[in-house]
Design a binder for this molecule. Structure first.
Ligand code: FAD
Length: 341
């Protein structure tokens, strides 16, 4: 069943640049709906490097990527954006009256908007799923590709699959509150040296178990709840690990996917825009952040922030053709609700 929403601006992508676009649009009086294929906002900052400090955000000598996203959410909050998370923007068509665009998502959401801002980064993120038949039935209940709340795993038997930083970091963290088994196809892990040393030490102490060199083979369970994970070596030795949850960390894939098929002019897998306004080859559809291309483009968060301001101002004459835009500083205009806490 589809749900129809009508709004001023539909934003595709809730990464740092999409979130700041909510603020910029809000300052000009536009309501926004934001779609992201991930279950959480933050784009690359949250999905790829939440705990890494960023040093080139103006005004912050250093800020962890996840903290920057919290600040951007707070900055956007007074404008009450509506988020549609965990769904990919799949379709885009011009409204019959020419007064905007109809965006559809993989979850059946339909958003009709006067203008669209595509802030889709490198494309929709999705987990690289292990090739286990029937795994979809467990996803979101007992099979996860990211940890939203560490506490959800307290006291549980957790199989962690993967050999990179995410697998090792979460194995170390969850071993404090859960019974952890780490499955990796090789004895060598590709993660920070000191964390790998700590992992091996905890294995030697019996705090967690390294199940190597094994690969995931199958799942046993009922009603979306796993009871055991079966793993196998290349030689065919099989083990059955009784478990309550499987965390699979095989990285994320990106896919410009449906956006590439919307008839917008592309430049080497990016959306070509006019650098003065960020408009794409379709009037009313704008592209900002990592997804766009123009001469001299720098793929930086701060560049995306400035592009969000340019796009919002370029959208004004489309949404408010009868009202002249008088440029105002934020210091003059203020934000709804006054100074944020
Ligand atoms: P993204 O952060 O990529 O967000 C795009 C969002 O759009 C994603 O959440 C994606 O799921 C969603 N999306 C895409 N397509 C769809 C669709 N069809 N439907 C629904 N959702 C969709 N930059 C700096 O400025 N300074 C740094 O120090 C820095 N360090 C970095 C370190 C690392 C390890 C990495 C990987 C990047 C770093 N960057 C840094 C780059 C920075 O993270 C990116 O420039 C920034 O994230 C781009 O923001 P964005 O909002 O344009 O796109």
């Amino acid at each position: 069943m589809s749900t129809l929403h009508k709004t001023d601006v539909a934003i595709i992508g809730a990464g740092p640049v999409g979130l700041f676009a909510v603020f910029q649009c809000g300052m000009l009086g536009f309501r926004c709906h934001v779609v992201d294929s991930l279950d959480a906002v933050g784009g690359q900052c949250v999905a790829l490097y939440p705990e890494k400090p960023i040093y080139d955000i103006p005004g912050y000598p250093a800020i962890d990527a996840a903290d920057l996203i919290v600040k951007l959410e707070q900055q956007a909050a007074p404008f009450a954006p509506v988020f549609h998370l965990g769904q990919q923007a799949t379709g885009m068509e011009r409204l019959p009256d020419g007064g905007g665009w109809r965006l559809t998502t993989s979850a059946g959401t339909v958003i009709e908007a006067g203008a669209v801002i595509i802030a889709a980064g490198a494309g929709a993120f999705g987990p690289n799923r292990p090739p286990i038949p029937g795994i979809e039935a467990y996803e979101g209940r007992s099979v996860h590709y990211m940890v939203k709340r560490r506490e959800d795993f307290r006291g549980k038997r957790v199989v962690i699959a993967g050999g990179g930083d995410s697998a090792v970091d979460w194995a170390l963290s969850l071993s404090e509150i859960a019974r952890v088994m780490v499955v990796h196809r090789r004895p060598k892990f590709r993660a920070a040296f000191e964390n790998v040393c700590r992992l091996e030490q905890l294995h030697a102490e019996g705090v967690l178990e390294l199940v190597v060199p094994y690969q995931l083979q199958g799942l046993e369970g009922v009603d979306g709840r796993i009871e055991a994970v079966t793993v196998a070596t290349l030689e065919g030795t099989v083990r059955r690990l009784e478990a309550d949850a499987l965390l699979a960390f095989f990285g994320l894939s990106t896919d410009l996917g449906p956006i590439a098929g919307w008839g917008l002019e592309l430049e080497r897998h990016h959306l070509a825009v006019d650098p003065a306004s960020m408009v794409t080859s379709q009037p009313g559809i704008f592209a900002i952040g990592d997804v766009n291309a123009y001469p001299g483009k720098l793929k930086l968060i701060l560049t995306g922030f400035a592009e969000a301001a340019l796009a919002a101002h370029a959208i004004h004459p489309i949404l408010r053709p009868d009202t002249a835009l008088h440029f105002e500083y934020s210091t003059t205009r203020g934000v709804p609700g006054g100074v944020p806490a």
